[in-house]
Every structure is written in C-alpha cells, then in structure tokens.
Design a protein around this ligand. Structure first.
Ligand SMILES: NC(=O)c1ccc[n+]([C@@H]2O[C@H](COP(=O)([O-])OP(=O)(O)OC[C@H]3O[C@@H](n4cnc5c(N)ncnc54)[C@H](O)[C@@H]3O)[C@@H](O)[C@H]2O)c1
Length: 251
C-alpha cells in the first residue's frame, strides 16, 4: 500500500474525480478528510465507503475559495485525524460562456474556485507542515484545457494553465522543506461535471475520436496517478504537470 499511515485532505471530494481520488487513497492505506461545499448524502456515501475499507475518514464542509473556510478546513482536519501529509486541490467548476459575453462575476467565480482556492489551500497546508517540521505532498488538479482550446472557456482554461505555473513556483519555494508539488491535467473523465458531454450523441463521438485510447477516463484512473504522485514512490518528482488523458493532448 503506497499511502499506509498517511492522512490526506481532498477538496471537492463529494463526487467525481475528487471522490475517485479519496477512494483510491483509502485503497492505498490513507485516512481521508473529505471536503466539499456542503455536507450531504453524497459526502456521507464517500465517508461510509472509505470507512468500509477500514480507513479513518471525516467530512468537513467548506468553500475552498474563501480564506476563512480554508483555515477552518485545515484546523478541523488536524483536530480530527492528526497531522496531514497530503493535500489534493481538486475542487473546481466549469461554465461555458462566449468570450464577448463573459462577465466579471463569471470570471471571478471560476478563477476563485479553480485557482485562488489551490493557492490558499496550498499555503495553509504548507505553513502548518513547515511549522511542524514535517514533509508532505500536494497534487493539484488542472485540466487538458491548459493545452487544448474548447470554445467558451476564456475564464476556465487560463485558470487551469495557471495551476501548472503555480505548481512549479510553489514547488521551488517549498522543496527545501521536503514538500513536493505536482499537477495532473485530466482529459475527459466520467463525472457529473461533464455528464452533458457523455449524454450528447453529437458531441461525445467527436471528442472520443480525438482520444488515442478511444474512451473517456474514470475517476479511479486519476486517483491511481494521484496516489503515485502523493506517495514516496514519487519521492524525486516535483514541479511536474502530467496529462492523464488517454492520449488526447498528444494526438
Ligand atoms: N471531469 C472532467 O472531464 C475534468 C477534466 C479536466 C479537469 N477536471 C477538473 O477536475 C476537478 C474535478 O472535476 P469533476 O469532473 O469531478 O467535477 P464535479 O462537478 O463532478 O465535482 C466537483 C466537486 O467539487 C465541489 N466544489 C465546487 N466548488 C467548490 C468549492 N468552492 N469548495 C469546495 N468544493 C467545491 C463540487 O460541489 C463537486 O462535488 C475540477 O477541478 C475540474 O475542473 C475535470
């Protein structure tokens, strides 16, 4: 088990990729803090699933684009499960708006949720690790849209490309403390966020035709790579961005 004895915080873990990562981490022996906007039946299901694997888990609700919620998340995580070793910055939203119609609020909602949250959570996490003299790992979730243009994503795509630059910059500043920071850019992954693509007979075949493996990915297929990057098997990997996209960006 790659993550035996480790404690991880996964943001946006109530469904989709975050859930896949939280459950993959539990399979690899980690105890997991499940964060999402609300504590509800979805987070309860993830909680029960992780506990059924014999791991400790707790749900901590909170909006990771708000500083006060971020500080409370890490305070409560440390109180509930002890020192945290791994942070996965996964929470994100996507809206589709033509560039010419994009409003300030739409820009702020997307960039605050996708980018500002990853900076604030990383900082809150690293401050605690450095104060305690403990090593750790961060996995940031970006998107294939860091490298591929899809219409109506003038706000979403930069928020995801910027995560790659942020990953490199943070990794350079915290490497000497033994904290590693890496990024995964997922391709088309079967989650509620992209259900509209999966259910569209016009759009889905067009997208899948661009993917070398000829299918969408599963949340557990992001989870297994995140587990590797968070584990000591990746002890000499930091500041990297990895496309986990079934061969879309390179095709
Ligand atoms: N599904 C894909 O094909 C795909 C592709 C590339 C990147 N991504 C990225 O992967 C991440 C997860 O996407 P997903 O497809 O699982 O989405 P999803 O919408 O299915 O799940 C996202 C979860 O994050 C939570 N969340 C949203 N804003 C939050 C906030 N401010 N604070 C706390 N939780 C919040 C939501 O409540 C939801 O449970 C996102 O960052 C997304 O941009 C997804």
């Amino acid at each position: 088990m790659k993550l035996k004895g480790k404690v991880a915080v996964v943001t946006g873990a109530g469904q989709g990729i975050g859930r896949g990562i939280a459950e993959a981490f539990a399979d690899q022996g980690a105890d997991v803090v499940i964060n999402d906007l609300t504590v509800d039946s979805r987070t309860d299901e993830v909680l029960k699933n992780i506990q059924s694997k014999g791991r400790r888990a707790v749900v901590i609700g909170g909006n990771v684009s708000l500083r006060e919620d971020v500080e409370r998340l890490f305070d409560q995580a440390w109180d509930a499960l002890g020192p945290v070793d791994i942070l996965v910055n996964n929470a994100g939203i996507e809206t589709i708006v033509p560039f010419i119609e994009l409003t300030d609020k739409q820009w702020e909602d997307v960039t605050n949720t996708n980018l500002k949250s990853e900076w604030m959570c990383s900082q809150a996490f690293c401050k605690r690790l450095i104060a305690e003299g403990r090593k750790g790992a961060i996995v940031n979730i970006g998107s294939i849209q860091a490298a591929r243009v899809l219409p109506g994503r003038t706000h979403y795509a930069p928020s995801k490309l910027a995560i790659e630059a942020m990953t490199r910059n943070i990794s350079a500043e915290v490497g000497s403390y033994g904290i590693r920071v890496n990024c995964i850019h997922p391709g088309l992954i079967e989650t509620p966020m992209i259900r509209w693509v999966l259910e569209s007979p016009d759009i889905l075949p067009h997208v899948v035709a661009q993917i070398s493996l000829g299918r969408p990915g599963l949340p557990c297929e992001i989870g297994s790579v995140a587990a590797f990057l968070a584990s000591d098997e990746a002890a000499y990997v930091t500041g990297q961005a990895l496309y986990v996209d079934g061969g879309w960006v390179g095709k």
